[in-house]
Design a protein around this ligand. Structure first.
Ligand code: MHF
Ligand code: KIV
Ligand code: MG
Length: 277
């Protein structure tokens, strides 16, 4: 099992009705493990800010932050397609800044593609980035960089007006040339309508089972992040408890001198030792 995943593999997945798997990754060790497990796409998400850097929202994340963590993920990844999230303000100012920032995430960060949030309002930026031969992933619905417009991380697309806007955004993003679209925090049936309308794959997070693929924040699904737990998170492990209990055991063994024991200790030749006394 040593197959590199590409934008073409994702298109083929949709044609074959095979679900696409994506998780976030922020560091070398974790990327190496999820890549070895066979994950097809690793997103160096701007959730980095909340999960790894302890920020209140994703708005504080910079292009340099994303590049720093993309580099680490790239060093641990053999097969997965790496997507770098474009942070807040990195694709809003003008086309030139946008291409430069997307280009840096590819050139310095060693990502294979970028993702940015928004619908019709970012179509010109998407076209410019794809013209620079950089694959772009769209992201609509609950777009966390819009937290101050939404008034919180709230499910989107429940009203007819909102739902129609999201459907139209999806169609326009496909026309603009994105290779896939993340659908976040929208009703399952709306995600189904969009998935059926599009020829490119949809990747859901809190968007139900009809999407062509699924993405979760790795720290959420491993149960090692608990500041908040969105309804869409399934915990496949409970690493939080594992980390706390292991740390408590380590503290107790160091305090009691049970650790380190002989097996974790180096010895010195008796004759050499004599000379030291
Ligand atoms: N650890 C983590 N996981 C994520 O999925 C994630 C981040 N961080 N940071 C960036 C955004 C923020 N996200 C979030 C955060 C909270 C909810 C949440 O609590 N939603 C409510 C629904 C609220 C409503 O519509 O009324 C829920 O119950 O799921 C959803 C998405 C998704 N992203
Ligand atoms: C939740 C995913 C889609 C994301 O954008 C992120 O992790 O930043
Ligand atoms: Mg993001």
């Amino acid at each position: 099992m040593n197959k590199k995943f590409t934008v073409t593999s994702f298109a083929e997945c949709k044609q074959r009705n095979e679900k696409i798997t994506m998780l976030t990754g922020y560091d070398y060790s974790t990327a190496k493990l999820i890549d070895e497990a066979g994950i097809e796409c690793i997103l160096v998400g701007d959730s980095l800010g909340m999960v790894v850097l302890g920020y209140e929202s994703t708005l504080e994340v910079t292009v340099d932050d994303i590049i720093h963590h993309c580099k680490a993920v790239a060093r641990g990844t053999k097969n997965a397609f790496i997507v770098g999230d474009m942070p807040f303000l990195s694709y809003h100012i003008n086309i030139e800044e946008t291409i430069k920032n997307a280009g840096r995430i590819i050139q310095e960060g060693k990502a294979h593609g970028v993702k940015l949030e928004g619908g019709v309002e970012v179509v010109d930026k998407i076209k410019a980035i794809t013209n620079a031969q950089i694959p772009v992933m769209g992201h609509i619905g609950l777009t966390p960089q819009s937290i101050n417009m939404f008034g919180g991380f709230k499910v989107q697309g429940k009203s007819e007006e909102q739902a129609k806007k999201i459907i139209n955004d999806a169609i326009e993003l496909e026309k603009a040339g994105v290779f896939a679209i993340v659908l976040e925090g929208i009703p399952e049936k709306l995600a189904q309508i969009i998935t059926d309308k599009l020829t490119i794959p949809t990747i859901g997070i809190g968007a139900g089972k009809y999407c062509d693929g699924q993405v979760l924040v790795t720290n959420d699904m491993l149960g090692m992040f608990s500041d908040f737990t969105p309804k869409f998170v399934k915990k496949y492990s409970n690493l939080k408890d594992a980390i706390i209990s292991s740390t408590k055991e380590y503290i107790s063994e160091v305090k009691s001198s049970a650790f380190p024991s002989k097996e974790h200790t180096f010895s010195i030749n008796e004759e050499v030792l004599e000379k030291l006394y």
